[in-house]
Design a protein around this ligand. Structure first.
Ligand code: SAH
Length: 276
């Protein structure tokens, strides 16, 4: 590994950087992510990557959208990995840019495995995951000594698109704070399962839509009313759902916490929403 004048590793031709862009606010990009954007020859980016983030790419970089359209996965994952591998084999510096952290519900592991099989050298650049950073912007700590000593990250649907079957819901319900990604579609079902296990219906819940973006919206509700309130307020993806007592801290912190939203115009991001 060579290290450039910036102290950051050189982006070598023919390699892939698998980079997390954070939940949306460009201010949350890491130095490595900005460095990768500036030096990449090819940027292959997912849904939820805003133009404000892509604007950090150099003029030399080709940009390929590899996200979902209309809630349907497009293009298929194997086609994306084949494209990334082909670009690297052509000698490009390939930046695979993903929302949040690439290894948190981002299929980054699958892509890293494909690169390993193809023997293409790659680097992982973690990003701020929506379930922590997005909630931080809403004034909700992931942990708080008085409330919880454990957090569960949960996806609201598995590979089949249904409520995850492999989860032991009785055990999951015992984790004090549950942070859910992609959970809007099956929120009613998930809430019912958690209440049927051990959770109280009046347990606080936060829905954070478009976290860290100018159109961030926070709806606070209870577990029993979460699905109905999500529908009533028309909460749409991307949204994070958190269950647990830490949600109540928001109302305390809110009064003095500074405005957390970026001021840039992110209009384009709503065009590229992921499905539930
Ligand atoms: N790798 C990403 C998660 C990708 S899965 C990460 O680490 O954050 C996509 C889901 O992430 C969305 O359905 C939503 O639940 C969540 N998400 C991503 N960005 C978000 C944002 N800005 N606001 C709210 N939720 C977001």
């Amino acid at each position: 590994m060579t290290v450039g004048a910036t102290g950051l590793p050189d982006f070598e031709p023919g390699t892939v950087w698998l980079v997390g862009a954070g939940p949306g606010d460009p201010g949350l990009l890491t130095r490595l992510a900005v460095h990768a954007l500036a030096n990449a020859d090819a940027v292959v980016y997912d849904a939820l990557i805003s133009d404000a983030i892509l604007d950090f790419a150099g003029p030399q970089a080709t940009r390929t959208y590899a996200g979902k359209r209309g809630g349907k996965p497009w293009p298929k994952q194997p086609a994306i990995t084949e494209r990334i591998i082909a670009l690297a084999r052509q000698g490009n510096r390939v930046l695979r840019l993903k929302g949040g952290d690439p290894f948190v519900f981002g299929r980054g592991g699958e892509e890293a495995l494909a690169l390993t099989r193809a023997e293409i050298a790659f680097r992982i650049v973690p990003g701020v995951t929506a379930g922590i950073g997005g909630h931080g912007y809403a004034g909700i700590p992931a942990t708080h000594r008085d409330c919880n000593s454990a957090v569960l990250f949960l996806t609201g649907h598995d590979a089949t698109g249904e409520t995850p079957q492999a989860i032991d819901w009785e055990a999951a319900a015992r984790i004090p704070v549950i942070v859910m990604y992609m959970a809007l579609k099956h929120l009613e079902d998930i809430a019912t399962r958690l209440i049927a296990a051990v959770r109280a219906g009046d347990e606080p819940v936060a829905l954070v839509e478009n976290a860290t973006l100018p159109n961030q919206r926070v709806v606070t509700t209870t577990l029993a009313s979460a699905a109905a309130d999500a529908a009533a307020h028309n909460v749409s993806p991307p949204a994070i759902v958190t269950v647990g007592p830490v949600v109540d801290l928001r109302s305390v912190l809110q009064g003095v916490m500074l405005e957390q939203r970026p001021t840039a115009d992110f209009g384009a991001v709503s065009q590229r929403r992921v499905g539930t």
